[in-house]
Design a protein around this ligand. Structure first.
Ligand code: HEC
Length: 189
């Protein structure tokens, strides 16, 4: 919270100064900070969009993913991705039904809920393993995504995923999500 307040305060200061300078013209220097180096921006600029923009170069196989999973993920997600103790990652529902609104207790998995395979990459890349986020190389993340998609019966065992073919995968729940394009009136898509 303290951090948030500090950030908001800085933001307001920045806003105030920018309004001020908009009137008077920008100074050559603010007398603080420094130019951010390209590699510093690159270290933060890791988001991967649903259409695959932002994916790094690399590739990984289902087989390799299985090895990494056993080493770095099974501990928390179970040997087959279903046992926990933490989030269940594997599981399709019969006929790919989508009962989550009616039955809120239904466990959401990559196979029954996630609309984009690219988001699985983004999530694992930025957040897992829980104890060392950001520690996986791109090749390892591709392999883990391949393995988890295979366990969810979305890709065959001989799959190798890369920045080229990952965005083309259609997830079972993809058509359950639509863009919210309401315009404020009664019109609902
Ligand atoms: C120390 C325990 C731990 C380890 C090790 C771990 N995870 Fe997780 N994982 C978690 C927890 C806890 C969450 C839920 C995080 C949250 O909701 O904020 C999670 C969430 C996830 C999710 C999102 C599940 C969902 O549907 O919301 C994925 C995918 C995932 N982990 C993949 C992995 C992979 C791949 C690895 C191995 C590289 C891994 N995890 C290693 C604890 C762990």
């Amino acid at each position: 919270m303290v951090r948030f307040l500090q950030l908001s305060f800085t933001f307001f200061l920045a806003l105030e100064s920018s309004l001020l300078f908009a009137e008077k013209g920008l100074p050559d220097t603010y007398g603080m900070g420094r130019t951010v180096a390209a590699d510093e921006i690159a270290a933060w600029d890791i988001d991967v969009r649903p259409d695959g923009r932002g994916l790094p170069k690399g590739n990984g196989s289902v087989q390799k993913g299985g090895e990494i999973y056993a080493q770095k993920c099974a501990l928390c997600h179970g040997a087959s991705g279903t046992e926990g103790p933490f989030d269940v990652l594997v599981g399709r529902l019969s006929e790919d039904v989508f009962p989550f609104a009616r039955e809120p207790g239904t466990v959401k998995t990559i196979g029954n809920y996630w609309p984009y395979a690219t988001t699985v990459f983004d999530y694992i890349n930025r957040a897992m393993p829980f104890t060392a986020p950001g520690s996986l190389r791109a090749d390892e993340v591709y392999a883990l995504v391949a393995y988890l998609l295979h366990l969810n019966a979305i890709v065959p065992a001989n799959t190798v995923l890369s920045q080229e073919n990952l965005p083309a995968i259609t997830m079972p729940a993809r058509h359950r999500f639509v863009l919210d394009d309401r315009r404020g009136g009664p019109e609902v898509r």
